[in-house]
Design a protein around this ligand. Structure first.
Ligand SMILES: [Zn+2]
Ligand SMILES: [Zn+2]
Length: 358
């Protein structure tokens, strides 16, 4: 058996056919002649760039000519595909046609996480999830079929930074005193507030910010990717047979989001620090600075099912490694009405029993 070193390309060494990553086999395989290439242990970790460096890098490449960027005229998604792929459906909304977008694929990814969950397993996870969505219309159950799912590599920026925060707040100490009110002696609690200043710091590794345009709200709930261990250096060969969503959020805009995440974390640390020395805390303000910021573009594996119901678009997203699901789905008016009616009947029955017995 041969092995796929980085840059092996997509052509089968045996027949010249197009090779694709096969999730079930966890190998690169040829659809023509079944030649299999094992995945080699990566020679290096995916590279991270100093943030200043990535800002300066020209985003023109289409990843060395290995890719094309297509657009969906229905949902507006922009999708990066291997250059040789044609006739594709939109992974996000299922529209049957994609057109050239005219945009660049931008900064090439440094890292990628391979799919572990195959189509069948993703379909099973999806139908299990659907069974617990009581208000989903019955007609939606058919959407959980495996062939309604599409695999997508979704774009994320990761940020590492040493975060430093100076804070000022107030720490409260609770005291008690005896007061006389209307001739009665009472114990009263009061708080003495003291201004507190301090410093907290923390190193953040791989803060993940979703950079695509389509499903940010859903993907914010699906960040359970172990990027410290599961990433391999990006190789165009892995993209063959898959669609990758083209990033829309620039590294600069993503860093603003990452700063909010890190600052909120530091503020929590500052408040906890004050509470360790005082009974209560209030009004803590923190100013943060970020040193040694490193950034990289990574593609993470997701299964999508986009569908429309009653004229509205919905989407369900499944983590392609862990199987965790986030989804928006229509609520069946008939089922809700049935539950409300059942509730009202129950209430009426209780009221009736109450009055006939009293
Ligand atoms: Zn072949
Ligand atoms: Zn679409």
């Amino acid at each position: 058996m041969q092995s796929a070193s980085s840059g092996a390309g997509r052509q089968c060494p045996n027949c010249g056919g197009i090779m694709e990553f096969n999730i079930a086999k966890q190998k690169i395989t040829c659809k023509n002649c079944n030649t299999e290439l094992a995945l080699e242990a990566p020679a290096h970790e995916p590279r991270e760039h100093a943030f200043g460096e990535i800002k300066a890098s020209a985003a023109q490449s289409n990843w060395d000519g290995a890719t094309r960027v297509l657009a969906c005229e229905v949902c507006g998604a922009e999708i990066t595909v291997a250059a040789e792929l044609t006739s594709l459906r939109c992974s996000f909304c299922g529209a049957p046609k994609l057109v050239p977008s005219g945009h660049s694929a931008g900064i090439a990814p440094e890292g990628l996480m391979l799919f572990k969950l195959g189509r069948q397993e993703a379909g099973i996870a999806f139908s299990k999830w659907l069974k617990t969505r009581f208000f989903a219309p019955s007609a939606m159950k058919t959407l959980a079929q495996a062939d309604a799912l599409s695999s997508v590599y979704s774009p994320f920026w990761t940020f590492d930074a040493q975060a430093e925060g100076d804070y000022a707040g107030e720490g409260g100490t609770t005291h008690t005193r005896i007061v006389t009110r209307n001739g009665k002696r009472e114990t009263e609690r009061y708080i003495v507030w003291t201004t507190v200043r301090g410093h907290v710091s923390r190193f953040f590794d791989d803060i993940l910010i979703y950079a695509g345009g389509s499903q940010g709200k859903l993907l914010a709930r699906l960040k359970d990717f172990d990027t410290a261990h599961g990433l391999i250096p990006f190789d165009g060969a892995y993209l063959s047979g898959f669609q990758a969503e083209t990033y829309r959020l620039s590294p600069e805009a993503a860093f603003e989001d990452a700063k909010k995440t890190m600052t909120a974390e530091l503020e929590g640390m500052a408040r906890a620090e004050i509470r360790r020395s005082y009974d209560s805390e209030r009004g803590t303000r923190l100013s943060a600075s970020f040193l040694n910021v490193m950034c990289k573009h990574v593609l993470l594996p997701l299964w999508f099912s986009g569908f429309s119901y009653g004229g509205k678009a919905f989407c369900v997203v499944i983590n392609g490694v862990t199987g965790k699901i986030a989804g928006a789905y229509p609520k069946s008016a008939a089922k809700i009405a049935a539950v409300v009616a059942a509730g009202l009947l129950l209430l009426a029955a209780i009221v009736w029993i109450f009055y006939t017995n009293s």
